[in-house]
Design a protein around this ligand. Structure first.
Ligand code: SF4
Ligand code: SF4
Length: 169
């Protein structure tokens, strides 16, 4: 598995190849079969991967906090909702949700755990979405995660092998 601190640079090197593989999948892959392949690789590769040693997803994004999570999260941290917003959050530009003020995410802790514990947003729990359905129509998002997440990067590399994909030069 690629090291977390190398994944962005390696994904950039493979940007053209990855985009071509995305187009190949669009033209050749069966939607349900591709979801099964993603899910199987996700389970296999995350089974013994320690995310606390990586945390690229907390370092390279701001945390996105849905408005409906605010009261619950504030309660979890033992502060008021107003204090929670004032201390940690700012409004996202195009919707009613919030994001953390800083990147790495303000809830990211030294030990790799999230300060929000089980209250972390659903989007964080689901990241990198490689076990979610409709991967074929989400391949552009997959390309984004490949630049951040070593496991998503490896899943895409394994899929290339599975489909015997080669870039024609
Ligand atoms: S989900 Fe991916 S990016 Fe996030 S900590 Fe785990 S391996 Fe790293
Ligand atoms: S909310 Fe927690 S899990 Fe989500 S990005 Fe921030 S530190 Fe990571």
């Amino acid at each position: 598995m690629i090291q977390p601190n190398k994944v962005k640079a390696e994904a950039k090197k493979k940007e053209d190849e990855n985009f071509k593989f995305r187009s190949y999948l669009k033209g050749h892959a069966d939607e349900d079969e591709l979801d099964r392949q993603f899910l199987s690789l996700h389970k296999e590769l995350f089974a013994d991967y320690d995310c606390s040693k990586c945390r690229n997803c907390c370092k390279m994004y701001k945390g996105s906090i849905p408005a409906e999570d605010i009261d619950r999260d504030a309660q979890y941290l033992g502060i008021t909702s107003e204090e929670f917003i004032a201390t940690y959050l700012e409004k996202e530009e195009y919707n009613m949700n919030y994001q953390t003020k800083h990147m790495p995410c303000d809830f990211s802790q030294e030990d790799g755990n999230c300060k929000l514990g089980d209250c972390k947003p659903d989007s964080c729990k689901k990241y990198p979405y490689t076990d979610q359905p409709e991967r074929l129509s989400s391949l552009l998002s997959v390309l984004d995660t490949i630049e951040i997440c070593p496991v998503a990067f490896e899943i895409f590399e394994r899929l290339k092998k599975k489909y015997r994909f080669r870039v024609r030069r």
